[in-house]
Write a protein that binds this ligand. Structure first.
Ligand code: ZN
Length: 164
């Protein structure tokens, strides 16, 4: 990665860290609340999700929590990425982002030819989220970056289970 690209990525991450999107809370119910915690770093996140039961669109999402710059930036970027998307699209983003974060682990283990990753990333535009790919160089930080995504997934799963 060129240093110019790293500078650009650093700017994107810092922007989300300094000006986090979608901070706040939503009334529960009708919104759903899910919480995540990363004991390795002390990061905490609470995700409030308002999913339209008829259209399955994430009408609104609000975020509370505290933690390191990577976790805060990733949480802000996640909220901006999934707001207004359908639940299916949000799940595809979750899969694609986690695939992006697992590149490093896959390489370390010497397994796989990346085809699963390609499948997960196919047709998904991660955009600014790719700025976070730099954290895979620091495996201990991957859980910081994926915390809010796992918490989002937990929330979507709980909403789906409640709707059955
Ligand atoms: Zn962290």
């Amino acid at each position: 990665m060129s240093s110019n690209l790293e500078d650009l990525y650093r700017e994107v991450i810092l922007d989300h860290y300094r000006s986090p999107r979608n901070r706040g809370e939503l009334p529960v119910p009708p919104a759903h609340r899910s919480e995540g915690f990363n004991p390795l770093c002390g990061d905490e996140v609470t995700v409030f999700l308002d999913v339209d039961p008829d259209t399955a669109i994430v009408r609104d999402i609000k975020i509370q929590g505290q933690g390191c710059s990577i976790s805060q930036a990733s949480t802000s970027m996640m909220s901006a990425a999934v707001k207004g998307q359908t639940v299916d699209e949000a799940r595809r983003l979750i899969r694609a982002f986690k695939a992006l974060m697992s590149i490093h682990e896959t390489r370390l283990e010497g397994e796989g030819d990346g085809s699963d990753l390609a499948a997960d990333l196919e047709g998904v535009r991660l955009g600014d989220l790719e700025a976070l790919q730099g954290v895979v160089k620091f495996p201990v930080r991957i859980k910081c970056a994926t915390l809010s995504w796992n918490t989002l997934q937990q929330g979507l799963d709980e909403i789906a289970a409640a709707g059955e």
